[in-house]
Design a protein around this ligand. Structure first.
Ligand code: TXA
Ligand code: MG
Length: 322
């Protein structure tokens, strides 16, 4: 995989590779994405192969603006209000697919809805503009592994034409996914946009559990219990660090315990900073050969910041038995 510095030549090269049906690793404000032309079945098949991803798990489509999104999906009034408030940014909307949307049905896993977002990262936006079409891009990791927040973390993927180095991702957590396909608006995946900010516009969000919409059951985003999995076991809500354990701390709660390695997601207790550090710190601790990683308790929310829900969601999946 060739890693290019963030320069105009890299943007042109990425757009060219996409037109040729190749895979490219692209920075976004959430995590790095593995991009392909969303209209090209062969290119989409290559994404699933490179990630080792189950074919029934559909991909997020990235477009430049609201008009490009509306060419693919039908956005109900509430979706339009969310788009106005949060696009470009870390919000993905699932909405009914338009007939003749022109998107590979493999990218949609055959569903009649599509997940779509307008990313904010200037490099991703430049590639979208230069390419001129929708880019399907899941996170650029092997399926079930930690999402990449630096370009180096994407090296585990084979068959990628090139990568653009955009530095560390701003949010470090995937986008928040909201579904507007049925009578209720549902939170499918907690993510970089806190629930409270969405609910300020929509009112309370439903959750897919208990909904009878069969479609949501199969597609529940990253909802396989074990997802985002490091090799090392995790012990959550730890109040101590035991022999042989590494420590993933928050706000200095585990600072007093002896360990070969302790990384603090945010010594100041800031959940935004913690989210940005989460996957990179988990990767580092995972590579240390510890028996287990003790993870300090992380509040579900803090003053003015609602990212705790998404951080705890990723930690629970990372800790799930597999
Ligand atoms: O921040 C992000 O969203 C990153 C960056 C690269 O944009 N992308 C990302 O994609 O996280 P991925 O493929 O790792 O996660 C997409 C999730 C999947 O879990 C999938 O199940 C869900 O979106 N999804 C896609 N289409 C859907 C649909 N029509 N209905 C319900 N869920 C859908
Ligand atoms: Mg992913």
């Amino acid at each position: 995989m060739q890693i290019l510095p963030p320069e105009p030549a890299a943007i042109r090269a990425a757009a060219r590779a996409l037109r040729e049906g190749q895979l490219v690793v692209l920075p976004t404000e959430t995590v790095y994405g593995l991009g392909a032309d969303a209209r090209n079945d062969l290119a989409i098949a290559a994404i699933y192969a490179a990630k080792g991803r189950p074919r029934f798990n559909p991909l997020i489509l990235h477009v430049t603006d609201l008009a490009a999104a509306e060419a693919i999906v039908v956005l109900p009034p509430l979706a339009l209000r969310l788009a106005e408030a949060f696009w470009p940014g870390p919000l993905t909307l699932v909405a009914p697919l338009r007939p003749n949307a022109g998107v590979s049905s493999l990218a949609l896993a055959g569903l009649t809805s599509a997940a779509i977002r307008v990313p904010a990262h200037p490099l991703m936006r430049a590639v979208l503009a230069e390419f001129g079409g929708p880019i399907a891009a899941p996170s650029a990791n092997r399926s079930g592994r930690l999402s990449p927040t630096t370009v180096e973390a994407c090296r585990e993927l084979a068959d990628v034409a090139l990568a653009i180095d955009g530095g560390p991702c701003l949010h470090g957590l995937e986008s928040t996914i909201v579904s507007l396909t049925g009578p209720f608006i549902l939170l499918l995946r907690a993510g970089a946009l806190p629930r409270e900010q969405i609910e300020a516009i929509t009112g309370p969000l439903g959750s897919p559990e208990g909904e009878s919409e069969g479609e949501l059951k199969i597609t529940a985003p990253g909802m396989l219990a074990s997802h985002y999995a490091p090799d090392t076991a995790l012990r959550l809500a730890a109040h101590d660090v035991r022999a042989g354990e590494a420590a993933l701390d928050f706000h200095g709660q585990l600072a007093g315990f002896a360990t070969r390695l302790r990384l603090d997601l945010s010594p100041a207790g800031d959940l935004t900073e913690a989210a940005a550090n989460l996957f990179a710190f988990l990767r580092t601790l995972d590579s240390m050969g510890a028996r287990c990683i003790a993870v300090a308790p992380i509040p579900d929310s803090g003053p003015g910041q609602g990212l705790g829900e998404a951080i705890n969601d990723r930690l629970r999946r990372a800790a799930a038995p597999r």
